[in-house]
Design a protein around this ligand. Structure first.
Ligand code: UD1
Ligand code: MG
Length: 358
């Protein structure tokens, strides 16, 4: 049928209940743990404020841990489908590995080249377990030349690694104003879950149906736990999320895209991150010097942020276009932009892509 029926709710509903519980626990736990991370030296100054007070950092460790607990408990839902359960557990393991390495990064402040290596290592559990297709479908106009699909073989593993490296780092470098890291991740997660629900409802075939059910069960606990974090990370930030969260978020979304087999659609939801990445390339590859922070300039007299034209980021580009903005307005505007880009992504996926794939 063209609606989510009893059978789906049987699986999705327990995940929603468990995730809602983990939201409540996270909501209560973050204010407690933030005292401990601060005492352990994990804190940072809010660079866009007057105060010199340190804000607790790396609070992503709370939702990330609760996410893992929820995922481990919810695997029983796939117990009758061993292949699905195996893939689900491999994805959980990759996310777990990524959280560990993200927390290491927060504690050890790793250099740039290592940041690219971390998601590569963390995607290993999924790469080894991956049993899905390694072929990609060719766009219509090239099919006379290349055939319907191309078998990528080992190159497909490389594609999965690149996706994980991109998703994690792209979220991490689109950051620096309150609420942006958690906010963007929440919006992308919701867009991906909406896509899953559409495909579950359409039920084109059993395979696609199972893939999207699998992806949905990765995303529902992610969305609830991110929501708890956003509550404290939104302007004015009571906690910072840390690289722990950025890597956790990127890896979870990448895993959902890979196991759900909609990585191209997922990248459509990453349009702001792709733009920010393209802007950043000169600084990332070292043509232009890249300082530790590439934040806008805070003006304490007007309490606004100003564009710093030598920092090539999307945040600075927006400020360059609009002129100085209050941090709260800027953060809200960038989240709205994220929502608009996801809407555009849906339009491209369900309308325009018909021209290329049918
Ligand atoms: C990435 C960016 C860096 C940006 C930083 C901000 C690149 C290559 N790196 O580095 O330019 O400055 O994220 O997160 O683009 N902070 C705030 N307000 C916020 C969020 C963070 O002031 O809303 C500051 C705090 O001092 C916090 C620190 O940024 O302690 C966290 O930075 P971190 O996540 O360690 O930086 P990177 O991810 O390495
Ligand atoms: Mg960071």
């Amino acid at each position: 049928g063209y609606y989510i029926g009893f059978q789906e709710w049987n699986r999705i509903f327990p995940v929603i209940i468990a995730s809602a519980l983990s939201f409540i626990i996270g909501y209560k736990l973050i204010p407690v743990i933030k005292e401990s991370t601060l005492a352990a030296g994990l804190g940072g100054r809010d660079l866009n404020k007057v105060s010199n007070k340190k804000i607790p950092e790396s609070l992503g460790i709370v939702p990330a841990t609760l996410y893992l607990v929820t995922m481990i408990l919810a695997q029983v839902l796939f117990a009758r489908d061993h292949d699905a359960q195996f893939q689900y557990n491999s994805a959980t393991l990759s996310v777990c590995f990524m959280i560990l390495l993200g927390f290491c990064d927060d504690v050890l402040n790793l250099r740039w080249r290592y940041k690219l290596l971390l998601p590569t290592i963390a995607s290993l559990p999924l790469l080894v377990a991956y049993s899905g297709t390694t072929a990609i479908v060719v766009p219509r106009m090239l099919r006379d030349l290349l055939g319907y699909s191309i078998e990528l073989g080992c190159l497909y593993s490389l594609y999965m690694i690149l996706l994980a490296v991109f998703c994690t780092n792209a979220i991490n470098i689109y950051a620096g104003i309150n609420g942006l890291e958690a906010g963007q991740s929440l919006v992308i997660g919701c867009a991906a879950l909406t896509h899953n629900f559409i495909e579950i409802t359409l039920h084109i075939n059993d395979q696609i149906y199972t893939q999207h059910l699998l992806s949905a069960s990765l995303l529902i606990p992610f969305i609830f736990n991110t929501l708890a974090l956003l509550k404290y990370n939104k302007y004015p930030s009571k906690v910072f999320v840390g690289d722990t969260f950025c890597y956790f978020a990127g890896m979870t979304l990448a895993m959902a895209g890979i196991l759900g087999h909609y990585s191209k659609t997922l990248l459509l939801f990453f349009i702001p991150q792709i733009l920010n990445f393209i802007f950043s390339i000169p600084q990332l590859i070292g043509i232009v010097p890249c300082p530790r922070h590439r934040l806008p300039k805070y003006d304490p007299r007007t309490d606004t942020l100003e564009c710093v034209p030598t920092h090539f980021t999307l945040i600075n580009f927006v400020l360059w276009v609009t002129g100085p903005q209050h941090e709260k307005n800027l953060s809200t505007a960038l989240i709205c932009f994220q929502i608009m880009c996801c809407a555009l992504g849906f339009y491209i996926r369900y309308e325009i892509s018909q021209i290329f794939y049918y």
